[in-house]
Design a binder for this molecule. Structure first.
Ligand SMILES: [Zn+2]
Length: 492
């Protein structure tokens, strides 16, 4: 192994990676954090703001009760201690998207402290607790729109004052994969709690990543660099990989890490530097004089605790245990509650193996949704029609191929699968004589099938069955075709 000199001593070129995350999540309350403006994504620019979220002098904020409830719910789900007395603080900085020139956040007395996020690694065979420092409440800023054609920067304050929680982790994460899994676990959990839609593409969940490297086993932390505002799981994965490699490169060459702040640039597929040699931010925090200390009733916390549903990790373990489906499928189902709900209902209703139901949902149903760019709830698929379709396949009344056609239609409108089959002539032909005639035709027009099969290329059978299915317009029973084709070849 190559060796390098490190602070006078000889060390291996191996490093411990130390990563801490701050995850910002917009809460899906009806109104904003400190005023009554609507909390919705988009809308005509500057149509969803008032004198309070615009920071006009003399206006007074009030705390959104629902936002506090949602933040407590998140805290309880992650095992945090809920502070019975919590207060708000002004975080002062100037930026054009921040009309008040301060954000109302929390500093000394955050709502939730401690707790942890348990992440599943190695296909669920390993778990790791990522400890949390705190979860606090704050408000979002507005949005700057850089208009190249006008040569102007415009500002939209619709987002100013949208309630946020910031989930601050301890530096317990050690790799890009752990970061991605951690973010996915947070998203799945918050969606499951119903406190946020966690739409990263709409900016309702984003994170700041702090990364440093230190020689393996060293007690002394290295200089950390920050990547701001990462807005996708894959972006986070790639940004962390890039930064680890950059720091390794510098350290391996005997250099020193300078403290810098970067942002992930998706188009460049790299982190770009925003600020160099930064001293610690001084936000001049002070307690918000316009908001009293918030006292939270223990009974209220107990009431919220009772509203917490089965959480993703428990759900994932139960899906694997009860239905015998593999980790990858269970994980995909857990990340989409609508699909998971349909899965569980169909498994209970239809006489069809759970793994087959999962395959249909994660395969063709998801493919059709992707093609149409819609969510499951926007399609017409219901449990009754879907279950009937699966049973018709199980009973051999339609082929898998015909099933796909039926699926397309029952996702488009609420129509009985039998009606679709009748309308499109999709009923499966199980009559051996009829199938034999088709198979014979395929073998006579493709003499190479028999030749290759007799030379030992038995996998040509798949091609032959495919041709039979084609000739029968997808209506032949492929299992019977398979048997007939091999019988016919054997008989020569
Ligand atoms: Zn407002």
């Amino acid at each position: 192994m190559r060796k390098i000199l490190y602070k006078g001593g000889e060390l291996d070129l191996e490093y411990d990676v130390v990563i801490g995350l701050e995850v910002h999540v917009e809460l899906s309350t009806k109104t904003k954090m400190y005023c009554g403006c609507k909390n919705i994504f988009g809308g005509r620019v500057n149509s969803n703001c008032c004198e309070i979220c615009l920071g006009m002098p003399g206006t007074l904020p009030t705390v959104n009760k629902k936002a506090v409830e949602y933040a407590i719910k998140a805290g309880l789900a992650f095992g945090c201690t809920i502070n019975k007395k919590t207060s708000f603080a002004r975080k002062n900085y100037f930026y054009p998207d921040l009309p008040k020139s301060y954000q109302i956040s929390q500093a000394n007395f955050p709502l939730c402290v401690g707790g942890f996020v348990e992440i599943l690694l190695d296909e669920g065979r390993k778990t790791k607790k990522v400890n949390l420092r705190q979860i606090h409440m704050e408000e979002d800023a507005g949005k700057l729109i850089h208009d190249e054609s006008l040569g102007l920067t415009l500002v939209d304050y619709n987002r100013a004052g949208v309630p946020l929680i910031e989930i601050v982790s301890m530096p317990d994460l050690e790799s890009a994969q752990e970061v991605k899994t951690y973010l996915e676990t947070i998203r799945n959990t918050l969606m499951c709690l119903g406190v946020s839609d966690c739409r990263m593409q709409e900016g309702s969940m984003r994170c700041d990543v702090n990364i440093s490297l230190k020689p393996k086993g060293s007690e002394v932390l290295g200089t950390r660099c920050e990547i701001k505002n990462v807005g996708s799981f894959n972006g986070a994965f790639k940004a962390v990989e890039c930064e680890i490699n950059r720091q390794k490169g510098i350290l391996n060459a005997g250099g020193q890490i300078e403290q810098i702040t970067m942002r992930w640039d998706e188009s460049k597929n790299d982190n770009v530097i925003m600020r160099e040699k930064e001293s610690a931010d001084d936000y001049r925090y002070f307690e918000e004089p316009d908001l009293p200390i918030l006292e939270i009733d223990g009974a209220e916390i107990e009431r919220i605790k009772k509203t917490i549903p089965e959480l993703p990790n428990a759900k994932l373990a139960r899906l694997m245990q009860d239905y015998g489906i593999v980790y990858a499928d269970a994980n995909l189902l857990v990340s989409n509650l609508d699909k998971c709900g349909v899965f569980e209902s169909v498994v209970k209703l239809a006489k069809c193996a759970p793994n087959k139901v999962a395959n249909w949902i994660l395969g063709d149903v998801s493919r059709i949704l992707n093609e149409k760019n819609i969510e499951l709830k926007d399609s017409k698929l219901n449990v009754r029609n879907f279950s009937q379709m699966l049973e018709l396949i199980e009973e051999g009344k339609i082929s898998n191929t015909a099933g796909k056609t039926v699926l397309e239609e029952i996702m488009e409108e609420d129509i009985a699968p039998l009606e679709v089959i009748e309308k499109n002539g999709l009923a499966q032909i199980n009559d051996e004589e009829a199938l034999k005639a088709i198979a014979a035709e395929v073998l006579s027009t493709n003499p190479q099938i028999s030749e290759l099969y007799n030379k030992g290329k038995t996998n040509i059978l798949g091609f032959a069955v495919g041709q039979c299915m084609k000739l029968s317009k997808g209506q032949g029973n492929p299992v019977i075709f398979q048997k007939i084709v091999s019988d016919l070849i054997m008989r020569g």
